[in-house]
Write a protein that binds this ligand. Structure first.
Ligand code: ADP
Length: 497
């Protein structure tokens, strides 16, 4: 019988468990929804016990689907929503408050304080991150200052902090192991990504005792075994990575210059920079992609706030169509966008513009403009924004991105993929298995226990479904980008602060 690898994919809106065989084929999939709570404006929370129970439910369901038990699993991999932060009592094993979600803005004031004193420069140099409520460190500080018993537990040595990977490892081991993995640690704002250890000076500024933090493990390697009382077997937990890093691995982007872009609600782009730590001059994040053995691989990461969400708005807000899948034919029904540009700066602009005062704009309208032009210009906008982030990555690294591998819901749109290839002058490749995040976790875990012998073997499992090769000349692409930039200029600074 083929060896089976279990990937736990714990996301913001759902928990999933996927079983893969040793050929990288999906054997079973189980999903359970997960809710967010919004107790105040800008605050986002989840219930730690629900994160675990939803994950646990999908583990049981996936095993049942495949008629297997945990004894049949060669290795368990974990990939997870990053930065979300949980605190629990080491003695009882229970969470002491809500999981503070990555989207939560409750620590904005402390971030402003850090910036005002210039501490943001230290944070950027040591952690590769910008000083923003997004990341875990300021959330831990908030818990210490605001959750009853947190400080007391910390003083007694009984407080555990963790990101979602840590929480799942804690639960899977029946509270025996307080551990995390390095790509997750690199999103906490308290982890030195050069020294690869928690940073004492940052911890002191944040008031976080080092003993509250988990032990940091490589991305591939046995961390612990699953408590046999839970699922009737003892599989090793052998691979862990944050969701975007796992997707980069699942896309087999193993060489420097290989990048992946996920086209979902927003776009998440991440590019392998190899053993080199590259600090961005364009507002991108430097992060750890993974560690295998002693070898640490770094990455640059950038995101586009509004991508598939623009298509949702065309559907629900403007009611131009009923199903996002219709947009491909609508875009292809016209020969070009008729000079129309849609800049979806609904929540301001991110990298490389960073203008919170920008707002959405449609320019270039004429009497001839119809809905197909607007749809086409909107799909093009997703590609333009991604091209800007990729060009920032190229500027920061001083080398061109070699190949872009794509996934996410909107990557199903062939028009979008082709236009992306045209703009970038790059091969854009869509894989057969679109579950790249779970696949990455499975690959990391299987690699650790010898299901696959090396990365070369994993590379051979990754298979393309379709490749889009550029059809436009470089000059035409440059001309398109110039016009896009003219449109972006018109969206900037619209809100008067
Ligand atoms: P997320 O994980 O962020 O929820 P998904 O990866 O599931 O997102 O992708 C869903 C997004 O992709 C939605 O915003 C939707 O509008 C968009 N989308 C889905 N199918 C298409 C399509 N064929 N063409 C363009 N956009 C699409």
């Amino acid at each position: 019988m083929s060896q089976i690898i279990m990937a736990l994919d714990q996301g913001t809106t759902s928990s999933r468990t996927i079983l893969f065989d040793e050929n990288g084929k999906i054997v079973a999939v189980a999903n359970a929804p997960l809710v967010c709570h919004y107790p105040q404006s800008g605050w986002v929370e989840q219930v730690p016990e629900e994160i675990w129970s939803s994950q646990r439910q999908t583990i049981e369901a996936a095993l049942a689907q495949a008629k297997l038990s945990m004894k049949d699993i060669s290795a368990v991999g974990i990939t997870n929503q990053r930065e979300s932060t949980i605190a629990w009592n080491r003695k009882t094993g229970d969470a002491i408050g809500p999981a503070i979600n990555w989207q939560c803005r409750r620590t904005a004031d402390f971030c402003e304080e850090l910036k005002a004193e210039g501490f943001d420069r230290i944070l950027k140099n040591r952690t590769g991150l910008v000083t923003d409520p997004y990341f875990s460190g300021t959330k831990m500080r908030w818990i210490l200052e605001n959750v009853p018993q947190a400080r007391k537990l910390a003083d007694q040595g009984n407080l555990c902090f963790g990101t979602v990977d840590s929480w799942l490892i804690w639960k899977l081991t029946g509270g025996r192991v307080h551990a995390t993995e390095i790509s997750n640690a690199s999103r906490t704002l308290v982890f030195n990504i050069d020294a690869c250890s928690w940073d004492d000076e940052i911890l002191a500024r944040f008031g976080i005792p080092r003993e509250t933090l988990p032990e940091v493990h490589p991305s591939s390697g046995v961390i612990a075994t699953v408590n046999p009382e839970l699922f009737g077997g003892e599989a090793p937990i052998a691979g862990v990575a944050g969701d975007q890093q796992a997707a980069l691995f699942g896309q087999a982007c193993f060489e420097p210059g290989m990048a992946k872009n996920t086209y979902g609600t927003g776009c998440f782009m991440i590019s392998n920079t190899g053993s080199e730590l590259v600090f961005s001059k364009h507002g991108l994040l430097t992060t750890i992609a993974w560690q295998i053995g002693n070898e640490v691989t770094y990455a640059l990461e950038g995101s586009v706030f509004i991508a598939g969400a623009l298509i949702q708005w065309l559907r629900d807000g403007l009611q131009l169509f009923e199903d996002a899948a219709e947009t491909q034919a609508m875009a292809e029904s016209v020969s070009d966008s008729g000079g129309v540009f849609v800049v979806p700066a609904f929540v301001g602009l991110g990298a490389p513009h960073w203008d919170p005062y920008a707002r959405g704009t449609i320019v270039g309208l004429t009497r001839d403009t119809n809905r197909n032009h607007i749809v086409r210009a909107s799909l093009e906008a997703i590609a333009y924004q991604s091209a800007e982030v990729l060009s920032s990555i190229a500027k920061d690294t001083g080398t061109e991105v070699k190949e872009l591998r794509i996934d996410g819901g909107a990557a199903a749109n062939n028009f979008l993929c082709q236009f992306q290839a045209d703009l970038l002058g790059l091969k854009v490749t869509r894989p057969q298995v679109l579950e790249t995040t779970a696949m990455g976790a499975a690959f990391l875990a299987g690699l650790a226990v010898g299901v696959w012998k090396d990365q070369a073997q994993i590379r051979s499992l990754w298979q393309e479904e379709k490749t889009f090769t550029p059809q436009l000349s470089k000059n035409e692409a440059v001309e398109h980008m110039k016009n896009w930039n003219r449109a972006v200029e018109r969206s900037k600074g619209w809100i008067i602060p």
